[in-house]
Write a protein that binds this ligand. Structure first.
Ligand code: MG
Length: 502
C-alpha cells in the first residue's frame, strides 16, 4: 500500500513539475498602419474595439512604445529580428510583388529562436518581407512551420476583386494596376488568385484557432504571428462588420480586426492555455493620413506614416497574460525591437549571436518596473549611412537632426507633415520634451528649465556610440523588381499579369 501511495505521489510530482516548466506560448498580433489614437482604449471617441479594449483592461498598456520605421517592411524586419532594419537591409521603402530581395535568410527571426525548443510556429496574414525567386523569402524559410496569407500589402494589385465584388460592397479607392491580382498563399502554394478579401478574416481566424487548438491538444508550445492586413488602405470589412460602426470604412475594418482578436482569445480560453500565453499586440507604423477620414489617427501625436515625428512611429501596444502580467499602464520606453529578447528570455531560448538592438521587457511586464531601454533611434523610410539618424529619443527628450514630411502624411493642416515639407537639417538639433509636449509643437529653447548644452552633449554621445556600432546591410529593396517574380497561379499563361487568375 505504501509503495502504491509512494508511486502515486511521485507521479503527481512528475505532472506538477512538467506543468510548472511548460514553456509559455506566444501570440503576436500586429496591426497595419494603425495610429496611436485609433483604439477605444487609447481615447478614440468613435472606434469600436471591444476585444482590444478588453486586452488593455486586463493587461499592460504602453504609452511610449515605438516601431522602428514609419513604413511596413522595415518595421516588420525589426519586429521579427530584434534589429534595426538598417542591419538587415530592408530599406529604402517597402518590398513589392516582383521584388528580387527580401529579409536575408541569415537573419534570425523569433520563429527561428523558438524552433530549437520544439515550438510549433505559424505566420497568418500579411508577410511583406519578400517573396523572391521560388518563394525564397517566404515565412516557411524563416522558421515558420506554416504560412497562410498575402505576401505583401493588399493594395499592391488591381484590387477590383476587393472593391467592386460583390456589388453591395462599396468601392473605396483604387490600388496598384499593372501587377498580378493579389494571391492568398498557403506555405509557398497559391491557394486563391485573386484572394477572396471579404472572407479573408474568417479564413485567417479559422486557421489560427485550429493552430492554437491543435498545438494545445498536443501540449506543444506555440508561436502564432498574426500580422493583419487591417487597417491598411484600402479599408474594407467583410459582411460581419461592414457598415457596423459610426466611424466609416476605417472603423469597420478595425472592428473586423478586433473580432479576430476576440476569436483568438476565445480559442486560447477554450484550449485551456490562456494563463500560459503571452499575447502581445502593436502596430507596424503610424496612420496613413493621406487617406483623410478613411485613414487612421495619431491622436495627440504629430504627423503619421512616412515621417519620423511621433505619429509615424509611436504605436499602441498591449501585453496580456492573465495571472502573470498585472493590469495597468506603463509609461516606460519600449519598442518592437524588444519583443524578440523578451520572448527568448521567457522561453529560455538563445538570443542570436549577432548585434541585437532590443532589450528584454521582463521587468516592465512582470513588475511594472523600469525599462532597460534608454534611447530610441529614428530612421526615415530611406535610411542612408551619409545622413544617419533622423532623430533620437533619450529619456523624455527627442532630438531631430533632420525632419521631412511625407506624401503618406499629407492632407493634415500641419505643413511639416506634408510632402511639400522637404528635408531640413537641424544643427543644433530640434529638441522636444515629449512628456510636457508629446505633440512636438514647442521646441526647447535656451533660457528655460532644461540645461540644453548638457542635454545636447549627452545626446551627441549616445548618437555617436550607436552610429559607430551600426553596420548597414546590403539594401534588399535596392535590388529592384522583376515582373517575372510576381506570384502567378498559372505560370505559363498569357497575357500577364491579368491571366494569373485561378
Ligand atoms: Mg504598415
Amino acid at each position: 500500500m505504501d509503495f502504491v501511495r509512494c508511486c502515486f505521489v511521485l507521479l503527481l510530482l512528475f505532472f506538477v513539475c512538467v506543468n510548472a516548466v511548460s514553456p509559455p506560448n506566444f501570440v503576436l498580433i500586429f496591426a497595419d498602419d494603425l495610429g496611436f489614437g485609433d483604439l477605444g482604449c487609447y481615447g478614440h471617441p468613435s472606434s469600436l474595439t471591444p476585444n482590444l479594449d478588453r486586452l488593455a483592461a486586463g493587461g499592460l498598456r504602453f504609452t511610449d512604445f515605438y516601431s522602428t520605421s514609419p513604413v511596413c517592411s522595415p518595421s516588420r524586419a525589426s519586429l521579427l529580428t530584434g534589429r534595426y532594419q538598417t542591419r538587415s537591409g530592408i530599406f529604402p521603402g517597402v518590398l513589392y510583388p516582383g521584388s528580387v530581395g527580401g529579409l536575408p535568410l541569415n537573419e534570425t527571426t523569433i520563429a527561428e529562436v523558438l524552433k530549437p525548443l520544439g515550438y510549433a510556429t505559424a505566420a497568418v496574414g500579411k508577410w511583406h518581407l519578400g517573396l523572391g525567386p521560388n518563394g525564397t523569402f517566404l515565412p516557411t524559410k524563416q522558421g515558420f512551420d506554416e504560412f497562410l496569407g498575402i505576401p505583401y500589402s493588399h493594395d499592391m494589385g488591381p484590387c477590383h476583386n476587393l472593391t467592386c465584388f460583390p456589388p453591395d460592397v462599396k468601392c473605396f479607392g483604387s490600388c496598384d494596376l499593372g501587377t498580378v491580382l493579389v494571391p492568398l498563399l498557403h506555405n509557398h502554394v497559391i491557394k486563391e488568385q485573386p484572394v477572396n478579401f471579404l472572407e479573408l478574416e474568417q479564413t485567417y481566424s479559422d486557421f489560427s484557432t485550429s493552430f492554437i487548438a491543435a498545438s494545445a491538444k498536443k501540449k506543444q508550445p506555440f508561436f502564432l504571428y498574426y500580422p493583419s492586413h487591417h487597417t491598411h488602405y484600402p479599408q474594407y470589412a467583410g459582411p460581419g462588420t461592414a457598415g457596423k460602426t459610426s466611424r466609416g470604412p476605417f472603423g469597420d475594418s478595425l472592428l473586423e480586426f478586433d473580432h479576430t482578436v476576440g476569436k483568438l482569445l476565445a480559442s486560447l480560453e477554450a484550449s485551456g492555455v490562456i494563463n500560459n500565453t503571452l499575447v502581445f499586440f502593436t502596430s507596424d507604423n503610424g496612420p496613413s493620413l493621406i487617406r483623410m477620414s478613411r485613414g487612421g489617427n495619431a491622436g495627440a501625436l504629430r504627423c503619421g506614416k512616412g515621417t519620423t515625428y511621433e505619429g509615424g512611429m509611436r504605436e499602441p501596444a498591449i501585453a496580456f497574460w492573465p495571472g502573470t502580467i498585472k493590469p495597468g499602464v506603463t509609461r516606460e520606453l519600449a519598442s518592437t525591437l524588444d519583443i524578440l529578447p523578451t520572448i527568448a528570455r521567457l522561453a529560455g531560448a538563445r538570443v542570436p549571436p549577432v548585434a541585437i538592438d532590443g532589450v528584454d521587457m521582463i521587468e516592465i511586464l512582470q513588475n511594472h518596473g523600469k525599462s532597460k531601454r534608454e534611447a530610441m533611434m529614428f530612421y526615415p523610410y530611406d535610411p542612408s549611412e551619409k545622413l544617419g539618424l533622423f532623430a533620437l529619443r533619450l529619456g523624455k527628450y527627442k532630438a531631430h537632426f533632420y525632419t521631412r514630411g511625407s506624401t503618406l502624411s499629407s492632407s493634415t493642416p500641419d505643413f511639416e507633415c506634408s510632402a511639400l515639407s522637404v528635408l531640413k537639417v537641424h544643427d543644433p538639433p530640434l529638441l522636444y520634451d515629449l512628456e510636457a509636449d508629446p505633440s512636438e509643437h514647442y521646441p526647447l529653447a535656451t533660457g528655460g528649465e532644461t540645461d540644453i548644452p548638457a542635454l545636447l552633449e549627452r545626446i551627441k554621445k549616445v548618437k555617436e556610440q550607436f552610429e559607430a556600432s551600426m553596420v548597414f546591410g546590403e539594401s534588399q529593396i535596392g535590388k529592384g523588381s522583376d515582373p517575372r517574380l510576381e506570384p502567378c497561379c498559372s505560370p505559363q499563361c498569357t497575357p500577364k499579369p491579368s491571366c494569373c487568375r485561378c
